[in-house]
Design a protein around this ligand. Structure first.
Ligand code: GLU
Length: 424
C-alpha cells in the first residue's frame, strides 16, 4: 500500500469521493494480483481539462463559469460519461465520477473508458437562454478533446435532453457535419434512443429485483424509500409503484414525504418541477436524514454523494440498499451495512443502465438505424442481469463486499487493455 499524505488522510475524514474510490481501486487491483504501477496509472484520470466559460447573462453582465472534463482511461475505447451542472461541482468530484464511469463501462462490458464533465453553476437560478449559452460555451471550450470517437458526453445531475441537443448542435456546427454520435441522451427527433431517459431507473429496477430474490423479498407489497426525485429517482418510484411495491417515502433537495400506506406517485410526478422539486407543495415534510432511517424493505439513495455515512449507517432499517446515485454511501458506511447483513448494491453496478442505453444510442447513431423500445429493454435486461450475477458471485466466492466485487469486475478490462497496449 502506498503511504498516504496528510492531505489524503484529511480528504478521507471529510468523505472525499476521490480518495475513497482510490482506496477501493487499490484493493481491487491487489485482490486481482496487479502490480502497483497499474494502480499508479488508474488512480487519476489520464487527462483533466479545466475551462473558463464567459456567458452573457440576461441582465447584460458577463459571468465567467468554471467547467471541467476528465478522461479517466481510454485504453478500452473512447471515454464516456455525463456532464453535471451543480453549484457543488469540484475538480476532485469530477475526477472520481470519471473513474466511476470507467468502472461502470467495465461492469456492463462496453467498449468505452470513463469520462465526466461538470460546470459549477446553479441551473435552478438560470434562464433558458443563459443555460443555452453556457452549454454552447462549454462545448466550444472542451471541443478539442471530445468527439464521437474520443469522448462522448451525456446527461447527469441537472442536465437533460434539451441541454444535450444544444451541445450536439454546437459541436455539429464546429465540425461542419451533423454529429449525433458526439453526445447521448438526446431528444428522440435528434437521434436519441428509445428508453434512454428512463434507462438508469430501469437498470436500478433490475438490480432491485435481483437483490430482492437473493433476500427472499417479493417486490409486490415490498416497502420502498427513494431519496431524490430527479431523473433516476422519479422514474424509479414510478416503476416500483407500477410493479406493486409500496413507495412509502420520497424526497428532494428540500425535504421528504412519507406515507406508510404508500404515496400517490402519479400525483407527485405530475406536480414535480423539471429539477425534481415537489416537497415544497406540502406541509408535513420530513428531513432527508429522517427519510433514510425509515422502516422499509428497500432503500434507494438516488440523489447526491455521502448520504449514508458512519453517523447514520447503524440507523438504516432497510434490508437492501440499492445506490441509484453516484457515491451516496461512504466506505465506512459500506462496511457497517455489510456487517449488519444489509445487501448493498453499489452505484457502479446499480446506476449502469444509463450508460448502457447511451451506448445503444451511440451504436444506433453510428449505424443510422434505430431500434424499438422493446429491443432496447431486452438488451438492457440481459446485460444488467449478467452484471449483477457476476458481481454477486464474485462477492460470495472472494468473500468481499459488493462494492469491492464490483470494482474487481469493473477494473479488470481497462487494466488488461492498458497492458495489451503496452502502457504498463
Ligand atoms: N451520467 C450518467 C452516469 O453517471 C450516464 C452517463 C452516460 O450515459 O454516458 O452513469
Amino acid at each position: 500500500m502506498v503511504a498516504e499524505t496528510g492531505a489524503e488522510q484529511n480528504n478521507k475524514k471529510t468523505n472525499d469521493v476521490l480518495s475513497s474510490t482510490q482506496t477501493v481501486i487499490h484493493k481491487a487491483l491487489e485482490k486481482l494480483g496487479y502490480p502497483e504501477e497499474v494502480y499508479e496509472l488508474l488512480k487519476e484520470p489520464l487527462r483533466m481539462l479545466t475551462v473558463k466559460i464567459p456567458v452573457k447573462m440576461d441582465d447584460g453582465k458577463v459571468k465567467v463559469f468554471t467547467g471541467y472534463r476528465a478522461q479517466h482511461n481510454d485504453a478500452v475505447g473512447p471515454t464516456k460519461g455525463g456532464i453535471r451542472f451543480h453549484p457543488a461541482v469540484t475538480e476532485r468530484e469530477v475526477k472520481a465520477l470519471s473513474i466511476w464511469m470507467s468502472l461502470k463501462c467495465g461492469i456492463v462490458d462496453l467498449p468505452y473508458g470513463g469520462g465526466k464533465g461538470g460546470i459549477i453553476c446553479d441551473p435552478r437560478n438560470m434562464s433558458f437562454g443563459e443555460l443555452e449559452r453556457l452549454s454552447r460555451g462549454y462545448v466550444r471550450a472542451i471541443s478539442q478533446i471530445v468527439g464521437p470517437t474520443k469522448d462522448i458526453p451525456a446527461p447527469d445531475v441537472f442536465t437533460n435532453s434539451q441541454i444535450m441537443a444544444w451541445m450536439m448542435d454546437e459541436y455539429s456546427r464546429m465540425d461542419e457535419f451533423n454529429s449525433p454520435g458526439f453526445i447521448t441522451g438526446k431528444p428522440l427527433v435528434l437521434g436519441g434512443s428509445h428508453g434512454r431517459e428512463s434507462a438508469t431507473a430501469k437498470g436500478v429496477t433490475i438490480c432491485i429485483r435481483e437483490a430482492a430474490k437473493k433476500r427472499g423479498i417479493e417486490i409486490e407489497g415490498a416497502s420502498v424509500v427513494v431519496q431524490g426525485f430527479g431523473n433516476a429517482g422519479s422514474f424509479l418510484a414510478k416503476f416500483m409503484h407500477d410493479a406493486g411495491a409500496k413507495v412509502v417515502g420520497i424526497s428532494d433537495a428540500y425535504g421528504a414525504l412519507y406515507d406508510p400506506n404508500g404515496l400517490d406517485i402519479d400525483y407527485l410526478l405530475d406536480r414535480r418541477d423539471s429539477f425534481g422539486t415537489v416537497t415544497n407543495l406540502f406541509n408535513n415534510t420530513l428531513t432527508n436524514k429522517e427519510l433514510l432511517e425509515l422502516e422499509c424493505d428497500i432503500l434507494v439513495p438516488a440523489a447526491i454523494e455521502n448520504q449514508i455515512t458512519a453517523e447514520n449507517a447503524y440507523d438504516i432499517k432497510a434490508k437492501i440498499v440499492v445506490e441509484a446515485a453516484n457515491g451516496p454511501t461512504t466506505l465506512e458506511a459500506t462496511q457497517i451495512l455489510t456487517e449488519r447483513g444489509i445487501l448493498l448494491v453499489p452505484d457502479v453496478l446499480a446506476s449502469s443502465g444509463g450508460v448502457t442505453v447511451s451506448y445503444f444510442e451511440w451504436v444506433q447513431n453510428n449505424q443510422g438505424y434505430y431500434w424499438s423500445e422493446e429491443e432496447v429493454e431486452e438488451k438492457l435486461e440481459k446485460i444488467l442481469v449478467k452484471a449483477f450475477d457476476t458481481i454477486y458471485t464474485t462477492s460470495q466466492n472472494r468473500r468481499v463486499d459488493m462494492r469491492l466485487a464490483a470494482y474487481m469486475v469493473g477494473v479488470r478490462k481497462m487494466a488488461e487493455a492498458s497492458r495489451f497496449r503496452g502502457w504498463i
